[in-house]
Design a protein around this ligand. Structure first.
Ligand code: ADP
Length: 604
């Protein structure tokens, strides 16, 4: 039985050995030690000088934690690292947060752990920018003070040394890329930027947070030499900062790397003891804030925003936008100038038109007066004759003997009364012909019409019958230049009388009707003159249209302009029943309010 067992063992053992050695059941499931090393590309920015961080021990530590694998660190520039990821030459990538966001967007690398340094506040709050200037630069306190100044930085793709600050500068209205400042790029190590400040090559320097404190701890500089631009206190963070904090470097697995291996590396990092510099690893941070920074700066994956957003367009086409704005402003100024000039010219033209109109009205008044000269002579002749008669009578009585004083007083009273009558006629004529500025007043329109009829009755011999029918509400007033309205009415009455000159005296009648219409007061002046053709009617208001041998043809056009100047109108229509014409003036009714009794009378 025993010999049988040993025989069995002797037969099975070689087989078992062969199986175990050939299927990796003893070693790690993915033992790769015999093949290629696991390549970790590391961004060669961070020198061990300031941070005290060195990646050189990481391969050995990983190899120890994951037996059977050989790890190899490859220090690379940003471009080399990116090329290597693109060509699948790396299994893992260790880089700063900004390049991680770029490579994640472009090649799908996935973070598996995030670096935590002793000063790190949390996974998402680890690194930012410190913007420094010399302590005696009292003129430089805020980002905005650095417009047009020289600013030192290692390179424009450094995260703490440039990008984190660039976002805050942009928020303060300063675009570091667009020439708002003069950038002085000094290259690594980052302390070069501080040196540029000290030597006067730059007015300010952008460095990553905690560099100042680390250099001070080494005695390289005295913090009192410098001051912070736009300090941004972050509670619990022991370094000075001018910006918010962002996550630190991640370790990321390249696309296509075995998931099991990636998990093993992540676990190895998380359980790794702190490095001599105090560096540990934590679960991967959220790099959303870094993506937001790229979006705000419109770089990396968001570079397209430069040509698709308003701000981007503004940035990309700044000179064009400025020229266009300049042209726009110049055009607007030119338009304003043109409008002003036009307005001034228009005002001058209006003033001239007013002056001409005043002149024409004056001429028309003189013309009416000229036509009425006969009547005027008659008007004046009557009182003068009476005065002469009384004076001669007195003379005769005196020559004949003693005179009764009562009779002398009576004759004297009559002479004074007639003198007054003559003076009145002259006063009215002078008032009528005087050149005057328009004077608007509220007055019952019926009064104006009655005064016009009175004046017309005094001026014209052989007067037609004039009837006035006032259908207006009591005391209807309008705000107008009533003297101008008088002139308008005189003109219409005179034309009506002219039109009826050939008719027998009994048939001559001018009827005036005052009525309230919707929103207006109308004054209709109708006559019984001969029928007028529609074609003639169409020309009546044209200046210089006249059918009278001694006419000027200005009366009706002036009448219409007077009506229009009062916001009203003047129209003509055949009288119904014919013959004759009706001239109707419409004036706005809402200018004044008042009460006056209605009246109706007729005179000859
Ligand atoms: P004038 O009286 O100097 O001719 P107007 O402009 O006052 O100038 O009148 C122009 C013309 O209109 C008159 O010559 C006349 O032919 C015509 N007209 C005006 N009023 C009447 C009217 N009531 N009846 C007929 N024709 C008229």
């Amino acid at each position: 039985m025993r010999s049988c067992f040993f025989r069995y063992i002797r037969a099975v053992l070689p087989f078992l050995f062969a199986v175990l050695t050939s299927t990796d059941l003893i070693a790690a499931p993915l033992d790769n030690s015999s093949n290629m090393p696991i390549r970790i590309g590391v961004l060669a920015y961070r020198g061990p000088d300031e941070t005290g961080t060195s990646w050189s021990e990481l391969p050995a530590r990983l190899a120890k934690a994951i037996p059977g694998y050989r790890f190899e660190m490859r220090e690379m520039s940003g471009t080399e690292l990116s090329d290597a990821v693109e060509q699948s030459d790396l299994e893992f990538v260790l880089t700063n947060s900004s390049q991680y966001v770029l490579l994640a967007a472009a090649f799908g690398i996935k973070r598996i752990a995030t670096v935590m340094l002793p000063e790190t506040l949390s996974q998402e709050q680890a690194i930012g920018s410190t913007v420094l200037t010399l302590a005696d630069r009292h003129d430089l306190n805020q980002f905005a003070d650095l417009r047009g100044k020289r600013i030192a930085s290692v390179a424009n793709d450094a995260f703490g040394g440039y990008l984190a600050a660039a976002r805050e500068f942009l928020g303060a209205g300063i675009d570091l890329e667009a020439g708002d400042v003069e950038m002085v790029y000094v290259g690594f190590p980052m302390r070069n930027a501080i040196n540029a400040l000290r030597t006067g090559t730059a007015d300010a320097a952008i460095v990553r947070t905690c560099l100042l404190e680390q250099l001070a701890a080494k005695g390289v500089l005295q913090p009192a030499e410098f001051k912070l631009v736009s300090p941004r206190p972050i509670s619990g963070f022991r370094c000075a900062s001018s910006t918010p904090l962002y996550p630190d470097w991640p370790m990321a697995a390249a696309r296509g790397v075995d998931q099991h291996l990636a998990k093993q590396v992540a676990m190895a990092l998380l359980s790794m003891p702190a490095s001599p510099g105090g560096l540990t690893w934590d679960i991967p941070a959220d790099y959303q804030s870094v993506s937001a920074l790229y979006r705000d700066l419109m770089i990396g994956p968001y570079v397209d925003l430069r040509t698709t957003t308003f701000r981007g367009l503004l940035k990309a086409y700044r000179p064009h936008v400025l020229i266009s704005l300049f042209l726009l402003v110049a055009t607007v100024i030119y338009m304003i100038w043109l409008i002003r000039r036009h307005t001034t010219e228009l005002r001058a033209a209006r003033a001239q038109t007013r002056e001409l109109q005043k002149e024409a009205e004056h001429m028309a008044r003189l013309s009416i007066l000229g036509e009425m000269a006969g009547t005027l002579a008659h008007e004046l002749n009557q009182p003068l004759t009476t005065i002469a008669t009384f004076a001669q009578g007195l003379e005769r009585r005196c020559a004949a003997g003693p005179v009764d004083p009562a009779m002398v007083a009576e004759a004297n009273r009559e002479i004074v009364a007639q003198t007054e009558r003559a003076a009145n006629v002259i006063r009215r004529v002078r008032a009528f012909t005087r050149k005057r500025m328009a004077v608007r007043e509220c007055k019952p329109i019926v009064n104006t019409v009655e005064e016009s009829i009175d004046l017309f009755s005094n001026l014209l011999p052989d007067l037609p019958e004039i009837t006035l029918d006032n259908r207006l509400p009591m005391g209807a007033e309008i705000e107008a230049d009533h003297l101008q309205l008088q002139e308008l009415l005189l003109n219409l009455m005179k034309n009506a009388a002219d039109a009826m000159r050939e008719l027998p005296a009994t048939d001559r009648e001018i009827s005036i009707v005052l009525a309230q219409e919707e929103g207006s007061i109308s004054i209709a002046v109708a006559d019984h003159g001969p029928a007028v053709s529609a074609e003639t009617i169409a020309h009546l208001f044209e200046p210089f249209f006249t059918t009278k041998p001694d006419g000027m043809g200005l009366g009706l056009s002036i009448c219409r302009s007077i009506a229009e100047a009062h916001g009203g109108r003047l129209d003509v229509a055949p009288r119904s029943p014919p013959p004759g014409l009706v001239f109707r003036i419409n004036l706005p009714a809402d200018s004044c309010h008042g009460k006056r009794p209605a009246s109706s009378h007729s005179r000859r």
